[in-house]
Write a new protein. Structure first.
Length: 254
């Protein structure tokens, strides 16, 4: 009988027997080596069951507020799997094959990897997949150096703002009852990532609204045209909120 050739093939797993038959007639069997599934032809390990992370859409860099789905695909295996996820080396709580991000923010940035664990045998799993890097960035809003700039933080409701905080690069730069942050003449030092936070008290209950991040870029140009740029930073709702009372409006210097 001629030696089996190491060709590509598809196979069906039979967990009870540990033996598979490829469509080209070659018999193969499963081997657990260090608890990692390996497919053998003869005594040679020709392939292992592997996991791969894919992005849908296939963009490794997205903007805040956009949607993206991360999928853990198990190649060369039709077993039922449970899934493990890691982000930048830290374990995530997700156990499904997909992570759906409906509104991306900077915290979603990181290196994602996954692996599959057999439901019938919790001790056996695939290798960890290679890392896939996801980067979430803020849209750039250019402002000309020397121009005035107003950042406004508000809700669509008529609620009185009692506690509003503005952040630049993660640090509070203004706190109070005003929903506006005014800069009379922007300079390169004002360039950075801005966001706002509103603490709202309703019927003895407090709610905290946090806006998405917005990147303000300062252009080093001198213009004779005078204009006011108004940037409205809309706050996000807590998870599970079904309403829609927020608004984002951007002005431009022309």
């Amino acid at each position: 009988m001629p030696a089996p050739r190491a060709t590509k093939f598809t196979y069906r797993e039979h967990l009870d027997s540990g033996i598979q038959r490829a469509e080209n007639g070659i018999y193969v069997r499963r081997l657990w080596f260090s608890k990692i599934l390996c497919i053998l032809i003869g005594n040679c390990c020709v392939s292992s069951v592997s996991a791969v992370v894919t992005l849908d859409p296939n963009w490794s860099e997205i903007y805040t507020g956009e949607k993206i789905t991360l999928r853990c695909e198990i190649h060369r295996g039709d077993t039922e799997w449970e899934y493990e996820w890691r982000k930048s080396g830290s374990a995530l709580s997700e156990t499904e094959s997909e992570i759906r991000i409906t509104e991306a923010h900077s915290d979603h940035t990181g290196d994602y990897s996954c692996r599959g664990r057999m439901k019938q045998s919790q001790d056996h799993s695939t290798n960890w997949s290679d890392n896939v890097t996801l980067t979430v960035t803020s849209p750039v809003h250019p402002v000309t150096e020397g121009q005035p700039l107003i950042l406004s933080c508000r809700l669509w409701t008529d609620a009185n703002l009692t506690d509003v905080s503005f952040y630049k690069n993660g640090k509070v730069i203004q706190n109070g009852t005003s929903g506006q942050l005014s800069i009379s003449a922007v300079s390169k030092s004002d360039e950075g990532v801005y966001k706002c936070e509103i603490n709202e008290v309703l019927s003895r209950r407090a709610k905290v609204w946090m806006s998405s991040e917005s990147w303000v870029s300062v252009k080093c140009e001198k213009l004779t045209l005078s204009c006011m740029t108004s940037i409205f930073v809309a706050a996000h709702f807590p998870k599970g909120y079904k309403g829609n009372i927020l608004q984002t409006t951007w002005g431009q210097c022309l």
